[in-house]
Design a binder for this molecule. Structure first.
Ligand code: PEP
Ligand code: MG
Length: 586
């Protein structure tokens, strides 16, 4: 007889990817199709192989459970009794033998047989009055789900179609998956893979849903409908929380929301330091609809419009008119405020359905962003024309991603001029007098910044990729996430070099990577002399609040000290020692 036990509270630690707390029920994304099983008949000659298929699925499920039990960290191990129970259930006569019998006698597929047997067992359990035993029917469901997963494969569900309030639990979510999240359904999510600056995290922050990434094997521990708490600020996930933990987190959630409300009350005030330096604080958007959020959070404009999301999760690329309409909408909503439209940055971790780059061995180093666009001038031209047309309706800047050489700037400008000429010939309204900027996110662009500055109007530092490419750390890889930090002295020196070049050459230096959106980084960024910051809309209030509590004079002195530090930890400690009080209030 298996050894049943009451579920104990389990805490998992990952990377806090999007702040806030949510409390709800788990919804496993990777267990798609488990509920939707089709019935089909198996010919006599194929019966043996169908039974074998079932046995193999049970074996894989058993091995997987055993591996989870063996690899469980020390503090989780004492709670693996329930998993032992599941291993026992996998070979339980009621489930295992009965399913094989059903396949044989009714000549049906293994999935259907399993489903039939499980629903029979569950009915039996329902008739039992003992509530403890009744609860064991959950275990049967978990176990059969596990087998079913291997029988039918693990294709993902369509996130856009989820129809109840849940917390998503997934091995990984692609940026395209995350962008389909409906806020009235999904309270938050957690994944086994991913890091803080993966595009999936960025979307979570934009959507303002709490998220914890890089949890390792959470999907193997959590089952559908398990009670979960996600603390996206600290990266803690709690499974089967005790009543005491639940009330603590309800309290924390209330405090978090209260503080957020406080910040948002001041979000429309200027971001001006105590000694009078005013900064433009802009919003990053992925989808046109997010402009409203930028305005609501007190943004002064759009510092980064990631246009690639209109190309993801679809089979056909959008046409010029469709793009133009979207860009024009954004530009018009922002009125005369700047809208920085970044050209297509696909591939890397944002592979599109019909791009040719999806089978690259190193996508981040492959046919990504401007490289892709210059190789596919037809696609690029469509976008450039749409941008120039939208520019006739407001204050547009164009921003080119992943520039690594001057040639790319020149080629891009040539295509941009051609696009303008073609619009001119066709008599279409357009504006070619727009600011032309490049992302500084590849080390070669930092080194060549003085040369590049002569042929561009502004720089925008993309720290997400700059850190990835400089420190050779995959931004989405949890194994090396601990090494990924904007305070690495090499990164600080690179930023300093770029801002120095900007001053010398008389061009503005902006920042739109995630580094810009964390109040903790603001003393350094002020000291480094960044001219404008752009971030996820919901970070705007806290960053503005931080700027209002600092003096730029202090930050400039401070940066000299910070640049003398030789390790990331030394920089962190220095910031804490110098600005800890203020940071506590943000
Ligand atoms: C960056 O790399 O910092 C950036 C802003 O671009 P993305 O995150 O879209 O790669
Ligand atoms: Mg980038």
């Amino acid at each position: 007889m298996p050894n049943y036990e009451i579920k104990k509270e389990i805490r998992l630690i990952g990377t806090g990817a999007s702040p806030g707390i949510c409390i709800g029920k788990a919804y496993l994304v990777d267990k798609e199709g488990v509920d939707i099983v089709e019935k089909y008949f198996i010919s006599r000659k194929n019966l043996d192989s169908e039974i074998k298929r079932f046995k193999v699925a049970v074996k894989i499920a058993t091995d997987e459970l055993r591996a989870i039990i063996e690899n469980a960290p020390e503090d989780v191990r004492q709670h693996t009794g329930i998993l032992e129970t599941h291993v026992a259930l996998l070979k339980d006569k009621m489930l295992y033998d009965k399913t094989i019998e059903t396949i044989k006698n009714e000549r049906v597929n293994a999935e259907w047989a399993l489903k039939k047997v499980v629903s029979g067992i569950k009915t039996l359990f329902q008739d039992i009055s003992d509530s403890y035993l009744k609860e064991r029917s959950d275990d049967i469901t978990h176990v059969s789900d596990r087998i079913m997963r291997f029988l039918i494969g693990t294709e993902k569900i369509n996130i856009g179609e989820i129809d109840k309030r849940v917390i998503l639990v997934a091995k990984d979510l692609s940026p395209a998956d995350a962008s389909q999240i409906q806020l009235d359904k999904v309270m938050g999510f957690l994944t086994d893979h991913g890091g803080r600056t993966s595009h999936t995290s960025i979307i979570a922050r934009t959507l303002e849903v709490p998220a914890v990434l890089g949890l390792g094997n959470a999907t193997q521990i959590i089952n559908n409908d398990d009670g979960l708490i996600i603390d996206g600020t600290t990266g803690i996930v709690i499974l089967h929380a005790t009543d005491q933990t639940l009330s603590e987190y309800k309290e924390l959630k209330a405090r978090f929301e209260e503080h957020k409300a406080f910040l948002s009350r001041g979000c429309h005030l200027k971001a001006e330091t105590l000694d009078g330096l005013s900064l433009q604080i802009m919003g990053n958007i992925e989808l046109p609809e997010e402009v409203v959020s930028v305005l609501d959070h007190g943004g002064d404009g759009i510092g980064l419009y990631r246009t690639e999301f209109q190309y993801l999760a679809r089979n056909e690329f959008p046409g010029e008119d469709e793009l133009f309409d979207k860009y024009k909408d954004v530009v018009e909503v922002m009125s005369q405020r700047p809208v920085t439209i970044r050209t297509l940055d696909i591939n890397g971790d944002k592979a599109v359905a019909n791009s040719s780059g999806s089978d690259e061995a190193n996508p981040a180093l492959g046919l990504r962003a401007i490289r892709y666009c210059l190789k596919r001038p037809d696609i690029f031209r469509t976008q450039l024309r749409a941008i120039l047309r939208a520019a006739a309706f407001g204050n547009v800047r164009i921003l080119i991603p992943m520039i690594s050489s001057l040639d790319e700037i020149r080629e891009t400008k040539k295509l941009l001029n051609e696009a303008a000429d073609s619009l001119e010939k066709e008599g279409k309204a357009y504006n070619k007098n727009i600011q032309f900027g490049i992302m500084i996110e590849v080390p070669s662009a930092v080194i060549m910044a003085d040369v590049m500055a002569q042929e561009t109007d502004f720089f925008s530092i993309g720290t997400n990729d700059l850190i990835q490419y400089t420190l050779a750390i995959d931004r989405g890889n949890r194994e090396v996430a601990n090494l990924y930090h904007p305070f690495h002295p090499a990164i600080l020196r690179m930023i300093k070099h770029v801002t120095d070049v900007g001053k010398e050459k008389g061009i503005k230096v902006f920042m739109c990577g995630e580094m810009a959106g964390d109040p903790f980084n603001i003393p350094l960024l002020l000291g480094l002399g960044i001219d404008e910051l752009s971030m996820n809309p919901q970070s705007i209030p806290a960053v503005k609040n931080m700027i209002r509590s600092l003096k730029v004079e202090d930050a400039r002195h401070f940066i000299n000290e910070a640049l003398k530090q030789t390790t990331t930890m030394d920089v962190i400690k220095l910031v804490e020692a110098s600005f800890g009080d203020m940071l506590g209030q943000t």
